[in-house]
Structure formats: C-alpha cells, structure tokens
Ligand binder design. Sequence first.
Ligand SMILES: [Zn+2]
Length: 116
Amino acid sequence: MSKSHMEKIKCPKCSHESEMLVWETMDTKTDPQIKDMIRSGEVFAWRCPHCDNKSLIFYPTLYHQVKEKYLLCYIPGNPTSAVEYMKTINENNESGYDFNDNYTKRVVSDINQLRE
Ligand SMILES: [Zn+2]
C-alpha cells in the first residue's frame, strides 16, 4: 500500500504556507498512476495557490513495484544516507511485504535515475 501525507510548504516567492501531498511509499499495485506521475514529474510538482509560483519539491521516497519485486529508494542529493536507509528497510517497514524475499533493491539520489 502507498503511504502519503500532507506537508506544509512555504512558498519561496510570497512566503505563504500551503500544503503538498508527499508520498512516503509509492506502491504501483495500489496506485498504478504513480508511474506516469513520476515520469511527468508530477509527484514532485507543487504550485502555490497564492501567487501561482510553481516549484519542484524533491523529498525522499520509496518506490515499490510490487509485481516485479523491485524496490527503489530515492533520497535527493544524498547517496550515503540512502544506502544506509536501504540497509534498515526491512527492520522498520510496515508495508506487510518481505523485502528480503528476492527483491531487487536500488538506491538513487538523482531524479533522472528514478524516472528510468
Ligand atoms: Zn506563493
């Protein structure tokens, strides 16, 4: 299952706060549309409702292709902590999946690698 929450984003242009949907886990089984959202950049796109300023907000997320048993951890600009995170993933995961069960795990820190 996917996990997401609303995060408060302060607009860099007008300083108004508004909310953005942030995905903690992306599950392609429950949310198949997420693939296209990544490709188009929509998952990281944010628009200020006050001044119409558009920004890309990159946040750490876990991309899970259930059928392919493919797990991709995206941590923007920080490969080291991404690798560390991946090591502990099976210890604190609440997803109900066993990520040690023949999973392909990949860690990326670049948005273009995530799009692949
Ligand atoms: Zn604004």
